[in-house]
Design a protein around this ligand. Structure first.
Ligand code: 5RP
Length: 262
C-alpha cells in the first residue's frame, strides 16, 4: 500500500486496519462494500497471505467478492455461512446512536442482509461521515424496476406526512441509464436533508409496494471505528459506551503503519 495517500484515504485506511484487530482465526466475516471496505479487504488479504490467518468472507457485492478473491480470502455465500461472527463495512453517515445511512455505493440490500445475520457489525469510517442527525446524505432506497415511477410517487406522497425536511427524490443514474444493483433493481435517492425519526421512516418506507429495502441501518451497528488523516483512530462502542483511541504512525520507508495504541 503506497505511503502517498491523501488524508481521506489515510483516514479510511487506519480505520480499516484497526478493524482487523477484531478478526480472529476461524471467523466467518461479512465484507462490506465501498472504498473504506475495500481497504479492509486488502488489509485482511495481507493477514491471510503473510500471517496465515484463516477466515471465510461473505461479500456484500460482486465488486467486493472479486477483490476478496484477488487478495486471497476464501469467499463463501451467506447461505453457506448461515450466520456470521462479524461484519465490517463502511457507511455514508452515522449518528450518536450508531444508526446509519448506507447505500451510497448501491449495495445496501446485501449489506443489510449480511450485517443483520452477524453477531456484531463494525462500521469503519472517516470523521466526515459523522452526523448529529441523519439525512444530509440522500437516503438510498432500492426499488424493483417494475413500476418504479409509481413507487417513486408513493414514496414522495408518504414523505409529506413524515418528520423530514426535504421530500424530493431522484432515480440514481449510471451515465445515461438507470443504475442497476447487483440484485437487478434501481435506487431512488431521497433528498431529506434532516431525518427526525429514522426508525419510523425506515418502517414506513419498507411498507410501500415496490420498495425492496432502504439504507437506514437502525440498531444494527455495534461499533464505529473512526479514522483521521493523521493516523488517529477512535473506537465508539454501543455496549461499552467508551471511546478507545490509538494512533498509527505512517512509516517513511515502509509500506504500512506502526500501531502506537495509547
Ligand atoms: C455501499 C455503502 C458504502 O459503505 C458507503 O457508501 C460508504 O462508502 P465509502 O467507504 O466509499 O465512503 O454503503 O453501498
Amino acid at each position: 500500500m503506497p505511503n502517498d495517500l491523501s488524508p481521506i484515504d489515510k483516514a479510511k485506511f487506519v480505520a480499516a486496519k484497526k478493524a482487523t484487530d477484531y478478526v480472529k482465526a476461524g471467523m466467518k466475516v461479512g465484507l462490506g462494500s465501498g472504498s473504506t471496505a475495500a481497504w479492509l479487504v486488502q488489509c485482511l488479504g495481507e493477514l491471510v497471505r503473510d500471517k496465515g490467518l484463516r477466515i471465510q468472507g461473505v461479500p456484500t457485492s460482486m465488486r467486493t467478492a472479486q477483490l476478496a478473491r484477488e487478495v486471497g480470502i476464501e469467499v463463501i455465500s451467506l447461505d453457506e455461512a448461515k450466520w456470521l461472527d462479524l461484519t465490517i463495512d463502511g457507511a455514508d453517515e452515522y449518528d450518536g446512536n450508531l444508526n446509519l445511512i448506507k447505500g451510497g455505493g448501491g449495495a445496501l440490500l446485501q449489506e443489510k442482509i449480511v450485517a443483520t445475520a452477524s453477531d456484531q457489525m463494525i462500521v469503519i469510517a472517516d470523521i466526515s461521515k459523522q452526523a448529529e442527525t441523519l439525512g444530509a446524505f440522500p437516503l438510498p432506497v432500492e426499488v424493483i424496476p417494475f413500476g418504479w415511477k409509481t413507487t417513486q410517487t408513493l414514496i414522495e406522497e408518504t414523505l409529506i406526512g413524515l418528520d423530514v425536511l426535504g421530500q424530493t427524490t431522484s432515480l440514481r443514474m449510471n451515465g445515461d441509464a438507470p443504475f442497476v444493483t447487483d440484485e437487478g433493481n434501481h435506487i431512488l435517492d431521497l433528498h431529506l436533508n434532516r431525518i427526525g425519526n429514522a426508525r419510523q421512516l425506515s418502517l414506513v418506507m419498507n411498507q410501500i409496494p415496490g420498495v425492496v429495502e432502504n439504507g437506514l441501518f437502525i440498531d444494527i451497528c455495534d461499533t464505529v471505528i473512526i479514522g483521521y488523516g493523521d493516523g488517529k483512530v477512535e473506537v465508539r462502542d454501543m455496549n461499552q459506551g467508551a471511546a478507545e483511541e490509538a494512533k498509527f504512525d505512517f512509516l517513511d520507508d515502509g509500506n504500512l503503519f506502526i500501531d502506537n495504541a495509547d
